[in-house]
Design a protein around this ligand. Structure first.
Ligand code: ATP
Length: 488
């Protein structure tokens, strides 16, 4: 069976995946730290994304831009004027909410009750009002839908206001307005402002992409659902620069490619779905979310956006530097080169933390197992993380069966031979069953046991996490065996 969010949160803490930030001071809302297992899992996810985007695509290169950027960047991108969420307070409970989230929750309620048309109608109406920036209309919709404050069960709402989500700070010693800069709320702009530098230095021609992994910061109004919505998080974004007129084709391409990647990573097809945006940013031509079914419902893990030439044109206007590309290809309609244009962009944007959470939710398993024979037989529940070996924090654990007869030395020998290529643990303490259990809980796919026979014939047992079956294998085959399993 699958876990509830509460079970997953406590498992993540207990086994060193995710801790609340500065917990000894009672934590900081919507900020989290990754523990020893978490950092390995997250690095594996990021590395697999990086590989899928850059190594497997001849025409995608990476960058690592700074978090701080020139303040005009955020004017150009529209974030200074428009990156806000509609905020509403309840007067009784003094709690703050996102107006759109209250309405989305209501729509989910209709959908769960089997009334999808009503849910869709509500979302469409919300999208219409938000696009028209009709905040009074949004409030009216909350009243008409009889939405009560989840805490105080009253409908005593303030007006809806726009709340800008960017964090700001000062550079240098003088704290006047001119030195105010922002912590980037998305990594994408670091790619756009480097468009010319990259395409010239990497000698790329359209279509080509630039990928980046990095931190982003948003002062989210409400923090909830663990690492699903954080104030400091990590994004993995790719901007794909294309010839105007080819955007629909590339949008379809990336939509399909990205979904297939999530499935290959182990998120099952029936727990993924596309969700077209009801509320399109005014410059966007099309936008879709890839949603995963978390324990709290289907929610976005990745967005794919057809952004036209909006961003590059905006940067061209504010920086007064041409963001042109010269296309030498011949246009069959005119017989001449396509020539100069500002490229269009299709973007893929996935949150590393949300992907981490989806991976953890999907992996968490609890099953009833029977152990022993005859009168000795007993049943117990077993918890384990069914992680793809490619993302598992530890690839294999090496155990001497007992701490004598040369078994620890033999185990150390195996450990030393494999540790350069795989993240391993070597454990001697406790009964073997206990050691298996610990590895199950962190999702280690293989436990390698050195026993009496090993010392005679150089074979070990390999215990498989998911089936609990054990097979015997020559030590000389371990490297190839693990290598095969962890390749992706
Ligand atoms: P939402 O509607 O959930 O606020 P968004 O549509 O604003 O998300 P984008 O701006 O498209 O999100 O960001 C791209 C990706 O970055 C999202 O798909 C998500 O995985 C991730 N992301 C965005 N905000 C957060 C956050 N506060 N915490 C963790 N991940 C986030």
């Amino acid at each position: 069976t699958e876990g509830t969010l509460a079970e997953i949160v406590s498992h993540a803490k207990e086994y060193g995946f995710v801790f609340p930030s500065s917990e000894i001071y009672d934590g900081l809302a919507a900020v989290y730290d990754y523990g020893p297992m978490g950092v390995e899992l997250k690095n594996n996810l990021k590395q697999l994304w990086w590989q899928a985007m850059t190594q497997l695509n001849q025409n995608v290169v990476g960058i690592d831009a700074a978090i701080f950027m020139h303040p005009l960047t955020w004017k150009a991108s529209g974030h200074v004027d428009g990156f806000s969420d509609p905020m509403i307070d309840n007067l009784d409970s003094k709690k703050r909410y996102r107006a759109d989230v209250l309405l989305e929750d209501k729509a989910a309620e209709y959908e769960n009750a089997g009334d999808k048309p009503r849910a869709d109608a509500l979302l469409a109406e919300m999208g219409r009002l938000l696009t028209a920036e009709d905040l009074a209309g949004v409030k009216q919709l909350i009243i008409d839908e009889k939405i009560l404050c989840p805490v105080s069960k009253t409908g005593n709402w303030t007006d809806v206001r726009q709340f800008n989500l960017m964090f700001s700070t000062q550079v240098g010693a003088v704290a006047d307005d001119s030195s105010k800069i922002y912590l980037r709320p998305e990594t994408a702009q670091g790619i756009f402002v480097n468009f010319l530098n990259v395409y010239k230095s990497a000698r790329k021609s359209v279509p080509f992409g630039i990928a980046q992994i990095g931190k982003a910061f948003r002062n989210e109004i409400v923090a909830r659902q663990f690492i699903f919505r954080m104030r400091e998080f990590e994004q993995m974004e790719m901007q794909f620069f294309i010839r105007p007129g080819t955007e629909d084709e590339w949008y379809q391409h990336w939509k399909a490619t990205r979904r297939a990647w999530h499935e290959a990573m182990g998120l099952p097809a029936n727990k993924l779905r596309f969700h077209d945006h009801d509320k399109l940013a005014f410059y966007a031509k099309a936008a879709v979310d890839i949603e995963y079914e978390f324990p709290f419902g289907f929610k976005e893990i990745e967005g794919i956006h057809s952004r036209t030439d909006y961003d590059l044109t905006q940067h061209q206007n504010l920086s007064r530097k041409k963001q042109n590309y010269f296309d030498n290809d011949i246009n069959p309609e005119t017989g001449k080169a396509y020539g100069n244009y500002v490229p269009f962009v299709v973007e893929t944007s996935v949150g590393a933390d949300r992907l981490f959470l989806a991976t953890l939710c999907q992996a968490f398993q609890e099953e009833t197992i029977t152990e022993g024979e005859g009168d000795e037989q007993k049943t117990k529940t077993r918890k384990f993380l069914k992680l793809h070996p490619a993302v598992a924090p530890i690839k294999a654990a090496i155990f001497p069966l007992v701490r004598k007869d040369g078994m620890p030395e033999k185990a150390t020998e195996i450990f030393n031979a494999l540790r350069h290529d795989f993240r391993l643990v070597l454990e001697e303490k406790d009964a073997i069953g206990k050691r298996y259990t610990r590895q199950d809980l962190i999702g280690t796919p293989f436990c390698i046991v050195v026993d009496g026979q090993t010392l005679e014939d150089n074979t070990v047992t390999v215990r498989h996490r998911d089936s609990r079956e054990q097979t015997r294998m020559p030590i000389s085959e371990l490297h190839a065996y693990i290598g095969q399993a962890v390749s992706f």
